[in-house]
Design a protein around this ligand. Sequence first.
Ligand code: FMN
Length: 255
Amino acid sequence: MVFYFTGTGNSLYVARQLEEKPLSIPQVMRGDSFDFTDESIGVVAPIYGHELPPMVKEFIRKSSFHTDYFYVILTYGLRHGGASELARDFCESCGVHVAYANIVLMGDNFLPGYDMEIEQKADKHVDEQLAPIVGDVRRRVHKISAVTEEDREIHRENVARNAARPVGELQHLIVVVADRCIGCGICTRVCPTASMRLVDGKAEHIPGKCEICMACAQACPQLAITTSRPEKNPHARYRNEHVTLEDIIEANCQF
Ligand SMILES: Cc1cc2nc3c(=O)[nH]c(=O)nc-3n(C[C@H](O)[C@H](O)[C@H](O)COP(=O)(O)O)c2cc1C
């Protein structure tokens, strides 16, 4: 049994290497059954600020996993900041024992930080990273991927930076450029938290539950959804090359 969360397909691609039909966390969260039993149970998710996305944390918090082998695979774009260790510590704080945690460097979908054209074209040797990880999981290897003191320091600095930001600032990162919006509604269907809606035929972002996963901005065919921080390349968007728009909709659509 493999669960995944994704904004732009990287984590779905990884989850599919582990199991043919992984389960979408945003869809599981709509149900009322949180008791899971299997020989092995995995969670695949992107890291946000080196940590699990809030919905993934909530999913782990409210679930009971009955398995001898629980594992976490984290996708990231540049700096993991000790993500394996942080995810392990979070899971253990929820009473979930993590046998294995590892990380996969992939395209970075953080729109305000990076040029999506470069991220889309970059060859980060994903399959070469994945092969040993899939082998480890099949053989039920017990391991938490290496974390250095420098990684931990990067995370501490990030926590301090975020603490200095006005509360909720990141929730308002997503901005709809209304003039360009044609009201196609794709953003409402790729959002895992129903944080986009159409008002008078134009998309509107509702902060609050937004995971800031970038799915809406990355999937908008008009490039009408942007961020309140200047973009490195306003003309480019990212989606994992093996994943379709329909896959993202199936993973995330909340209606
Ligand atoms: C809000 C946000 C925060 C992120 N934080 C980090 C980070 O701390 N370190 C990093 O290397 N990548 C970071 N990323 C990049 C993603 O973790 C990475 O692109 C991931 O593979 C995306 O997975 P997905 O396509 O399944 O959504 C962040 C992305 C977003 C949207």
